[in-house]
Design a protein around this ligand. Structure first.
Ligand code: X2X
Length: 333
């Protein structure tokens, strides 16, 4: 709440300024927030996108990046986005499901076998369905989702090789009913913790493990507080680029088109960057001391089915949404 007041006050008082090379003062000084450090491909490509937006609008649309949860933890910033204290926000669809329940469809355990299936689904009917739900909740969302990646489990204590290794295991999960349900189905003890507090939670032993894509393990330097990395690929996760509806409307159509174009192009470049990074990340993380192991996903998926995970979520999402998911992945869950 404090952030919102400060943001509004700062916006009202801020004097227009002219950057070198800009034809005129910024008409719109907007913020974009996310949870990733500046060196993550998301922020590398966002930096390029906002530069292109400033250039193509002759400086009228000036967007500043607030990385690494500088404006607050994800669930707080979602509130700020809705209130208008921040204009743009990149957020996992699965965390967004705290506001838009059906946006976590893509996070159903082991739904996606590979990236080809992910991009066909998210650029196709599944992504369109999630965006329709997001817009119905009063938010703006860009067409192209950014990549977070396939999620893997790390621990400080032991490699996770089978579902039995997760029994009673204290693991951090992001704040979302789907995540809690997934790890409860494995018999683990999931703790909902925002990403902003993950490193400290691992360091102080509040939890013994966490799960994230390799690129996040890298930029968050998780080898400092974790040892084993199990390639479970239990979920694919991305970042929707969300906007506040009033701030978006204020831009007007011409600026909207420019902003959307560069954000969406940024997403496509970011996907390629994460893909390229994935090729070297295992060796890189092993070099930092992580001990990798691969797992057969089948017993993990079987365990979820036995625990009633798929039945529960089919009921929760409803038949229409579930069918869109199953069509997108080309099999029954
Ligand atoms: O919070 C996480 O673990 C992260 C960075 O992967 C998300 O944004 C969901």
């Amino acid at each position: 709440r404090r952030h919102i007041l400060l943001g509004a006050a700062a916006g009202a008082l801020a004097a227009p300024f002219i950057r070198p090379g800009m034809a005129r003062a910024a008409e719109f000084s907007y913020k974009i927030a996310n949870n990733q450090p500046l060196e993550h491909p998301s922020n590398v490509q966002l930096t390029q996108a906002i530069k292109a937006i400033a250039e193509e609008t002759s400086g009228a649309v000036d967007i500043q990046i607030f990385p690494s949860n500088q404006l607050g933890a994800d669930t707080d910033v979602l509130g700020q986005l809705r209130a208008g204290g921040v204009e743009f926000f990149q957020l996992s669809p699965i965390i967004l499901s705290t506001l838009v329940p059906k946006s976590s469809l893509n996070g159903v355990g082991f739904a996606f076998p590979d990236y080809d299936t992910v991009w066909k689904a998210m650029d196709g009917a599944l992504g369109a369905y999630e965006r329709k739900e997001i817009e119905a909740a009063g938010l703006i969302v860009m067409d192209k989702i950014w990549d977070n990646g396939f999620r893997q489990i790390t621990t400080s204590t032991k490699p996770i090789t089978s579902p039995a290794d997760l029994e009673g295991f204290k693991i951090r999960v992001p704040v979302s009913p789907l995540w809690t349900s997934l790890f409860s189905a494995f018999g683990a003890a999931p703790a909902s913790i925002n990403f902003a507090e993950v490193y400290t939670a691992l360091q102080t032993g509040i939890v013994d493990g966490q799960e994230n894509p390799l690129a996040i393990m890298k930029v968050a330097k998780l080898w400092e507080v974790q040892k084993y990395l199990s390639l479970t690929n239990h979920m694919w996760d991305g970042f929707w680029l969300l906007g506040n509806r009033r701030a978006w409307a204020a831009l007007g159509e011409a600026n909207q088109q420019i902003v959307a174009k560069h954000f969406n192009e940024g997403a496509m470049r970011q996907r390629a960057d994460v893909m390229a990074l994935n090729a070297s990340l295992r060796g890189d993380l092993e070099g930092h001391g992580f001990v990798f192991n691969e797992v057969d996903p089948k017993p993990f998926e079987d365990k979820l089915r036995e625990a009633g995970f798929y039945a529960e979520w089919k009921k929760s999402f409803g038949d229409e949404a579930w069918e869109i998911l199953e069509t997108a992945i080309g099999r029954k869950l």
